[in-house]
Structure formats: C-alpha cells, structure tokens
Design a protein around this ligand. Structure first.
Ligand code: FMN
Length: 121
C-alpha cells in the first residue's frame, strides 16, 4: 500500500502510473497495514503538515519514503521533505523525483515495493 499526499496533482499522477495499491492520506486514517509514504515537498524544503501529523501517528507501519520536489528550489531544498522524514524515522528514502520524475524511477519504486511485499508474504 502507498499512502500519498498531493497538493497540485504531481504525486497523484505518478501514483496512477505506478499501478500499485494507493490511498490518499486523507482517506488513510485508520490504516492497519504496512505502507510506503509518498509526499511532495513544501516551502523551504519542509514536510507538509498533513504528512507530519500522519507520520506521528502511523510511522511504525511505514516501510519507506518517496518524495517529489522541484530541483529549481536548489540542491539543499530539493525534495528535502523526504530527507527529513527518512532521517527522523530512520527509514529508507526510496526515490526523490523532480516533479513527476521518470519512468526509470517508477520502475525503481515498483521494484522496492515488490521486494518488500514479496518478502512479507
Ligand atoms: C509553495 C510551494 C513550495 C514548494 N517548495 C519546495 C521546496 O522547498 N523544495 C522542493 O523540492 N519542492 C518544492 N515545491 C515543489 C513541489 O514539492 C513539487 O512541485 C511537487 O511535485 C508537488 O507535488 P504535488 O503536485 O503532488 O502537490 C514547492 C511547491 C509549492 C507550490
């Protein structure tokens, strides 16, 4: 399962292309299964508040982080929400995508997803 936050549609669009089970963070309140967290990056490289709150409650079920950002914000700010979450919760940062990213990155995400959930089964 992928739990995602999308404000302007990029993350949502990517999630649609991955073809993996996914749920918007607003709908994932009572999740009981392990998930990957896919977020965008907010101003000054920050973690969106909705994601911060969600992870405070549900981080024990989270198996990895995927982030979208925009390289134009500069190297230290690009996708920093993903770095912050991965460091704080000691989780793997699976991919950092520039806006909607590339098909190669989608493959990488799918591979990670399958490696985790084939193991769990
Ligand atoms: C107000 C605002 C601030 C942003 N700040 C950053 C930033 O500091 N670093 C970054 O990498 N991307 C930043 N972004 C870019 C978004 O993270 C990026 O466009 C992402 O793909 C948005 O995903 P979404 O369309 O699913 O909401 C910002 C976007 C907006 C609108």
């Amino acid at each position: 399962m992928i739990v995602y936050a999308s404000r302007t549609g990029n993350v949502q669009s990517i999630v649609g292309k991955l073809g993996l089970p996914a749920i918007a963070i607003e709908q994932a309140i009572s999740i009981t299964k392990p998930f990957l967290l896919f977020t965008y990056t907010d101003g000054l490289g920050s973690v969106p508040l909705v994601v911060e709150n969600y992870m405070q409650q549900n981080h024990t079920l989270c198996k990895g982080i995927i982030v979208s950002g925009n390289r134009n914000f500069g190297h230290s700010m690009f996708g920093r929400a993903g770095d912050l979450l991965a460091n704080y919760y000691q989780l793997p940062l699976i991919a950092k995508l520039d806006l909607r990213g590339t098909t190669a990155e989608y493959e990488q995400i799918k591979q990670f997803y399958n490696s985790i959930w084939n193991e769990a089964r």
